[in-house]
Design a protein around this ligand. Structure first.
Ligand code: GLU
Length: 549
């Protein structure tokens, strides 16, 4: 077989350049000793998920902590899965979490010397290497049809053999020169396959940056490297790209471990030095009795869009991800709660080897703590940004009166009080939490625990003495007065000693007023709420509550 001739026929010289050209075009990067080059290489499917963020944070830390570079590459070889706007979705989702790329697909202002960063725009480089492999007898055209391949799969399954295109089953591996040219002359569609040199009998030991020393079975599959439309497969493209983009470390999900033998062989036959690979554990959750991987179909929290829509505070999500990524992060963070997260020394060898348990409740706790560190102004900006993008018109309008909103936030966050309140978990929940401060969204259910007559007397009694100028203690004296008038205990000790002597205590009276004013039984300080709402609105709410009794 004249492989040189076949290579020239299948990949004409005018379509490619000599291999040295690419080595010169993409020289070794000029970076300080020890600097790492990492990447995020999502497929543009439009679905960017927590697993992507999980590895993005690790890759970002490894690159930037070492003075290296992190780039964004779009692996768009599979057109069927491509979705319009997917690259923007990736960038927006990651920007929210402050993941910075130094270069890559649509990273403006960067030199982008190692591009293009969309795989479909790199066809020429892939073709040059396909040509080289054909010349060396390490790749060949395969004319098998879909039907033939399914028949092969069925036969292998029936015979309980490993399925795939390999060894004796790789029919086109041994086509004669005449057969190949006859097929080409007949314009039969073809793919290019790797002529695997491996054997499934052989085991390889491999050093995974996260999992340590692992044993993998050598690849023996003649995998497709170029599809019939001339577009490479992900496996082939990624090996060439990681080489020419001068990637030094790849942290990716452990679902890629199964493809590792193929990648090892591809790097070997291409004559490239492999980057270091670390396969990161999957994110799991407890579902009833079982522990399972987060699933796209069942778990909305897998999608990164979920965190933006719900208004999770980006730092909180990052803190939680770092907690799951590095076993010593939690302790560091406890000692350094206010430091920039970049100050933590991230290390690959502190990454977990097996599944990380992702618990939304834990994230919610972290979120409460993180939000409790903000000033009212910072909270205003955070909530306003969320409302602007995801809120209803009424919620957007909350932010028109800055002074009013700041008063609400100061109260609800317990700023100036003895202890910060931790009522806010996400922007969405916080904005819903404060709805009662705005007449347009004040929709009380008035769930009183006392009979109508009593409630009526309490509210009317309070309204008669209410004065907006009262300070907290004057206000409370008046509530006590109303309690006493209606036979409720004003002395909690006396009440606790003989609860049966009273219909209830002053705190029950306060609760009636609270429900009347806010529709809720549990709120921050009611006197301050009345002050924030102001006299007119307070009286109107008391009237409204009376009207339905
Ligand atoms: N394109 C692959 C993905 O969508 C990336 C695999 C890798 O990082 O090597 O996840």
């Amino acid at each position: 077989m004249d492989w040189n001739k076949l290579a020239d026929v299948l990949v004409p010289d005018e379509n490619v350049k000599p291999l040295e050209y690419y080595e010169e075009l993409y020289p070794a990067r000029d970076l300080p000793q020890g600097a790492q080059v990492t990447r995020l290489a999502p497929s543009p499917t439009g679905f960017i998920h927590l697993g992507n963020l999980f590895v993005a944070i690790a890759n970002e830390r490894i690159a930037h902590q070492s003075g290296g570079t992190m780039y964004l590459r779009i692996e768009d070889t599979d057109l069927k899965r491509k979705v319009d706007g997917a690259v923007d979705a990736v960038k927006n989702a990651l920007r929210y979490f402050d993941i910075r790329f130094d270069e890559g697909a649509e990273i403006e202002g960067a030199a982008n010397n190692y591009g293009p960063y969309y795989q479909r725009e790199r066809a020429e480089i892939y073709h040059a290497y396909v040509k080289d492999l054909i010349k060396r007898g390490l790749a060949y055209p395969c004319f098998c049809t879909e039907d033939e391949l399914s028949a092969l799969r069925e036969k292998q399954t029936a015979e309980k053999k490993i399925t795939g295109y390999y060894g004796e089953y790789a029919a086109c591996r041994n086509l004669t020169e005449e057969e190949i040219y006859a097929n080409l002359a007949a314009k039969k569609p073809y793919v290019i396959r790797l002529r695997s040199q491996g054997s499934a009998e052989n085991k390889l030991s491999f050093r995974d940056e996260i999992k340590g020393d692992i044993t993998v079975t050598e690849n023996d599959q003649d995998v497709v490297i170029l599809k019939s439309d001339g577009i490479p497969t992900y496996h082939f493209a990624h090996a060439i790209d990681d080489h020419f983009m001068r990637t030094t470390v790849v942290i990716r999900g452990e679902e890629w471990l199964a493809s590792l033998p193929i990648h090892i062989e591809l790097f070997d036959v291409l004559g490239f030095r492999r980057p270091k690979y670390g396969h990161n554990c999957s994110l799991q959750k407890i579902d009833g009795e079982t522990r399972r991987k987060l699933s796209k179909r069942k778990d909305p929290e897998l999608s990164l869009e979920f965190y933006r829509q719900e208004g999770y505070y980006a730092r909180a999500v990052k803190v939680y991800m770092l907690t799951l990524l590095n076993s010593n992060f939690e302790e560091w963070y406890m000692k350094n709660p206010d430091k920039a997260l970049e100050e933590f020394k991230f290390s690959i060898n502190k990454m977990g080897k097996s599944g990380a348990l992702f618990d939304l409740n834990k994230l919610n706790d972290i979120s409460k703590n993180e939000l409790a560190k903000l000033s009212a102004e910072e909270m205003f900006d955070f909530l306003a940004a969320w409302a602007n993008e995801f809120g209803t018109d009424a919620q957007k309008a909350y932010f028109a009166d800055r002074e009013y909103m700041l008063k609400i936030l100061n109260l609800c966050m317990g700023i100036g009080g003895k202890k910060r309140r931790k009522d806010f978990t996400t922007a969405k929940q916080a904005v819903e939490f404060i709805a009662y401060f705005f007449d347009e969204t004040f929709a009380p259910e008035y769930a009183y625990r006392f009979d109508k007559e009593t409630v009526k007397k309490v509210i009317a009694g309070f309204k008669a003495v209410y004065d907006v100028a009262d300070d907290n203690s004057a206000w409370f004296e008046k509530v006590k007065g109303v309690a006493a008038e209606n036979g409720f205990a004003t002395d909690m000790k006396a009440y606790k000693a003989n609860p049966e002597n009273y219909p209830g205590s002053v705190s029950d009276v306060a609760e009636m007023l609270r429900v009347a004013m806010t529709g809720l039984t549990n709120t921050p300080d009611l006197c301050t709420i009345m002050q924030i709402l102001g006299a007119e609105r307070t009286v109107a709410r008391l009237d409204k509550a009376l009207a339905i009794l």
